[in-house]
Write a protein that binds this ligand. Structure first.
Ligand code: ADP
Ligand code: MG
Length: 427
């Protein structure tokens, strides 16, 4: 007898309701359709493939770009799967006997979800093995990694279509939080699934509060004050350089804040340890480069601070999006100085001209956002091609500009600058 969708949702996850488009996505996958899911971070993409995987016969393969991310998800699934099926990871960190165990669980049909890194999936021995198994579907998480236009291109992702074909002609599910058209088209084409059912959610995150402050010499004091007002809450601080990460982490520690640094210069063990401590709440604040965060499911991150502004609005959106995934408050505070933009421009100086042009255009959007006095949510959503009703839209008043409109003379100054630009271009 087939289990009712809502019963399964309750049984496996303890939820009574689907979030957003989840129900339609799950139905599409249960129906063996190629499916493409575009939902913002925190939208609940994992459940879209985890629930059908648990309900279907056989093993679902989940391709995911990072070991940390897979571990995170498997731990979460194991929490619910003690009695209902098993999630496994297959990657380079396993030894021979662990690999054999995983394979035997797949063969005996116990494994419902198999998480693999793309570079592992490409291995011939695995492909040969998986060919002979009962595979329910292949889900490709963080599917934007397939596109050079995305913010996190991974060349191994481009081979996935071929591998999937070899394993079996099973449905493919692509999932991403990248909202730009270009990346979406690229994903559908490269995965050979232009026939897919497409589900695109709104990118509005109504529970996030956006704030931009001028970056002064007092920036560290500002950050400390901000954190101390939120004692015991979890937060992430993003910095541009590893050096700055370590500096800020130290300043915070000296000031009695439970902070740890995270960047790609630390060895894997230290990184895993700091990440786990953050997830387990043994540490309140992680100070990090962009190496930290992709897919990390800590639902109650209450604030994301940008000590340095990112190089595109897309990155800004992804990074701030790690706050408030549980739907509770998420404060996104960015410190902005124009000289940081100049610094980012300088980093691009050695790149090919075409790349510099793209980089420059992306940076101009960041400047526009940082300096605007309009509704920040509207600005971000417009960037993603979405209309936002700044009067009645959800979260319409959730930014610094809307809560404390600039004093008249400041606003006037900004108008004056815009007018100047308009006049100049008219000439
Ligand atoms: P994404 O991968 O889209 O960024 P996740 O799959 O990590 O998002 O889910 C974000 C959060 O939403 C998680 O904490 C998850 O437990 C929660 N969540 C997902 N689906 C539901 C639901 N139907 N009801 C309540 N919470 C949900
Ligand atoms: Mg995810």
């Amino acid at each position: 007898m087939k289990m009712n969708l809502y019963d399964a949702l309750k049984k496996f996850f303890g939820f009574n309701q689907f979030k957003g488009l989840q129900e339609d996505v799950v139905k599409s996958i249960l129906d063996d359709q190629n499916t493409f899911v575009i939902m913002p971070t925190g939208g609940g993409k994992s459940l879209c493939y985890q629930l059908p995987a648990l309900m279907k016969e056989g093993t679902a393969i989940v391709v995911s770009p990072l070991i940390a991310l897979m571990k995170n998800q498997v731990d979460a699934i194991r929490g619910i799967s003690e009695t209902h099926g098993i999630a496994h990871v297959l990657n380079s960190s396993l030894n021979k006997s662990e690999i054999n165990q995983v394979m035997s669980d797949i063969s005996s049909g116990v494994t419902k979800l198999l998480y693999v890194a793309p570079e592992s999936l490409i291995k011939e021995e695995y492909v040969d093995f998986l060919k002979q198994q009962n595979i329910s579907f292949v889900a490709i998480d963080e599917a934007h990694c397939i596109s050079e236009w995305g913010h996190d291109f991974r060349p191994e992702y481009r081979n996935l279509r071929n591998i999937i074909k070899q394993i079996d002609n099973v449905p493919v599910i692509g999932l991403t939080a990248t909202a730009t058209e270009k990346v979406q088209e690229d994903i559908l084409k490269t995965l050979g699934m232009t026939d897919a059912n497409v589900f695109k959610a709104s990118f509005n995150r109504p529970n996030l509060f956006y704030e931009v402050r001028p970056k002064t010499k007092e920036v560290e004091k500002d950050i400390i004050r901000f954190i101390k007002q939120r004692e015991g809450q979890s937060g992430i601080i993003y910095c541009l350089s590893r050096k700055k990460v370590e500096e800020i982490a130290q300043v915070l520690q000296v000031n009695g804040i439970n902070a740890l640094p995270y960047h790609a210069g630390f060895d894997a063990k230290t990184r895993a340890k700091h990440q786990d401590m953050f997830l387990m709440e043994d540490c309140d604040v992680v100070v990090a480069t962009i190496a930290f965060g992709m897919g990390i499911d800590k639902p109650d991150v209450r604030y994301v601070i940008h000590h340095d502004i990112p190089k595109s609005l897309e990155s800004y959106y992804q990074e701030t999006g790690r706050a408030g995934r549980d739907g509770g408050e998420g404060h996104c505070l960015t410190f902005y100085a124009y000289k940081d933009i100049e610094k980012l421009e300088k980093f691009m100086a050695n790149k090919p001209v075409a790349e510099q042009e793209v980089g420059h255009a992306l940076l101009q959007e960041v400047v526009g956002y940082a300096e605007t006095s309009m509704n920040r949510r509207k600005y971000i959503l417009h960037y993603f091609g979405e209309e936002f009703d700044e009067v009645n839209g959800e979260g319409a008043d959730m930014d610094d500009n809307m809560r404390n409109p600039k004093k008249k003379h400041e606003a006037k100054e900004e108008v004056a600058i815009i007018l100047k630009i308009v006049t100049e271009t008219n000439e």
